[in-house]
Design a protein around this ligand. Structure first.
Ligand code: NAD
Length: 330
C-alpha cells in the first residue's frame, strides 16, 4: 500500500522502516501535519497515517476523498481529531492502535506524581549547580494516600493497579466499571465523591463532548485543598484557565500534565529559539508546583515498536480487504 505518513519525526522513520520489513508497504514520510492546507500531499497515496495533532476534519476528508485516498491510519489510541461521521460518509475507513502499551502511559503518570511529590526535578538542577541543601525539598509519601482514577480502561486500569500496589487507597470513576478492578479492591464511586476524597486525581478517559472541560471551576472546587491533578489523557479534559486560577488561589496543590489544550501549536517541535506566543502555558511554566511534559507518556521503545507494527498490520488488512480488527466507527 502507498502510505503518506504525516507529522513524521526521526523516530517514526526508524520504527516504521524496521516494522515495514514484514509488511512491504511503500511509505513516504512528511514532516507536515495533515490538515486542510496540507491534504494535497496525499495525492497518489492509498492511505494517510496520522498522529494526535493532525487535523482530520470534514474539509480535510473532502480533499482526501477527491484524491481517492481510501483510509486513515491513526498511529495512536485517541481519535478525537478525526471527524468519524465525515469519514464514514466519504467512504474512508479509519483504523487506530487501541493498546500499544498502556503501561507506558500509566508509568509516566506515576513518574509525574513522584517527581512533583518528591521534587526530584528541582533536586536534579540544584545538585548539578553544587547546591546540596535540602531546604524547601520536603516531599510526601504516596503510599497510604487516596488516589482517584477517572476512566479505568486499559491505561487507567493499569494505573489503578500500580497505585494499589504502592499501598494507595484507589477510588475509580468510569461509566463502565471494570469488574476485575473492583475485585482487586478498587472502589468505584461517583465523580463528585472521587474528587472530594482524593489526594491525587489522574485523568484517563477519552476526550469527547461529555468529557471536555470535566475539570473546571466547579469540579476543582470539589477537590481537597492541596490535592494533585495529573492529566495524561487529552488537554481539553481540563479547562486550563480555571486550573491556573485554582493554582493562583493555592487551592490546587500540584499539577502534572503531559497533554495541553493548545498543544497542537507547540508540542513535538523544538521551539527554544522562538518567542512563546501561548500565554497560558507560559503562566503554567512559572508555577513551582506544576510539571509539564510534552506528550511523551507513550514514548517508550516498547510502545513505538507496537505502534508501528499494529499500524502497518491495520493497513495490510485494509489493502487485502480483510476485516479491520482495529477499525473506529461513529
Ligand atoms: P480505553 O478506551 O481503554 O479507556 C477509556 C475509559 O474511559 C473506558 O473505560 C471508558 O468507559 C471511560 N470513559 C469514557 N467516557 C467516560 C466518562 N465520561 N467518564 C469516565 N470515564 C469514561 O482508553 P485508554 O487506552 O485507556 O486511553 C485513555 C486515553 O488516554 C485515550 O483516549 C487518549 O486520549 C489518552 N492517551 C494519552 C497518551 C499520551 O501519550 N499522553 C497515550 C495514549 C492514550
Amino acid at each position: 500500500m502507498k502510505i503518506a505518513l504525516f507529522s513524521s519525526m526521526s523516530y517514526d522513520s526508524e520504527y516504521f522502516s524496521s516494522a515495514n520489513q514484514e509488511f512491504g508497504h511503500e511509505i513516504t514520510h512528511f514532516e507536515a501535519r495533515l490538515r486542510e492546507r496540507t491534504a494535497h500531499l496525499a495525492d497518489g497515496f492509498d492511505a494517510v497515517c496520522v498522529f494526535v495533532n493532525d487535523v482530520v476534519d470534514r474539509e480535510t476528508i473532502r480533499i482526501l476523498k477527491d484524491l481517492e485516498v481510501k483510509g486513515v491510519a491513526l498511529r495512536c489510541a485517541g481519535f478525537n481529531n478525526v471527524d468519524l461521521e465525515a469519514a464514514e460518509s466519504a467512504g474512508l475507513r479509519v483504523v487506530r492502535v487501541p493498546a500499544y502499551s498502556p503501561r507506558s502511559v500509566s508509568e509516566h503518570a506515576l513518574a509525574l506524581i513522584l517527581t512533583l511529590g518528591r521534587k526530584t526535578h528541582k533536586a536534579y538542577n540544584r545538585v548539578r549547580e553544587g547546591n546540596f541543601s535540602l531546604e524547601r525539598l520536603t516531599g510526601f509519601e504516596v503510599g497510604g494516600k487516596t488516589v482517584g482514577v477517572i476512566g479505568t480502561g486499559k491505561i487507567g486500569g493499569s494505573f489503578a493497579r500500580i497505585m494499589s500496589g504502592m499501598g494507595c487507597n484507589v477510588l475509580a470513576y468510569d461509566k463502565l466499571p471494570d469488574e476485575s478492578l473492583a475485585n482487586a479492591g478498587i472502589a468505584y464511586v461517583g465523580l463528585e465523591g472521587l474528587l472530594s476524597e482524593s489526594d491525587i486525581v489522574s485523568l484517563h478517559c477519552p476526550l469527547n463532548a461529555e468529557t471536555t472541560y470535566m475539570i473546571n471551576r466547579e469540579t476543582l472546587a470539589l477537590m481537597k485543598p492541596g490535592a494533585m491533578l495529573i492529566n495524561t489523557g487529552r488537554g481539553a479534559l481540563i479547562n486550563t484557565n480555571d486550573v491556573i486560577l485554582s493554582l493562583k488561589e493555592k487551592h490546587l496543590g500540584y499539577l502534572g500534565i503531559d497533554v495541553y489544550e493548545q498543544e497542537e501549536k507547540l508540542f513535538f517541535r523544538d521551539r527554544s529559539e522562538e518567542i512563546l506566543q501561548d500565554d497560558q502555558i507560559a503562566r503554567l511554566m512559572t508555577f513551582p508546583n506544576v510539571l509539564i511534559t510534552a506528550h511523551q507518556a507513550f514514548f517508550t521503545h516498547e510502545a513505538l515498536e507496537e505502534i508501528a507494527e499494529t499500524t502497518l498490520r491495520n493497513l495490510k488488512e485494509m489493502e487485502e480487504g480483510r476485516t479491520l480488527v482495529n477499525e473506529v466507527r461513529v
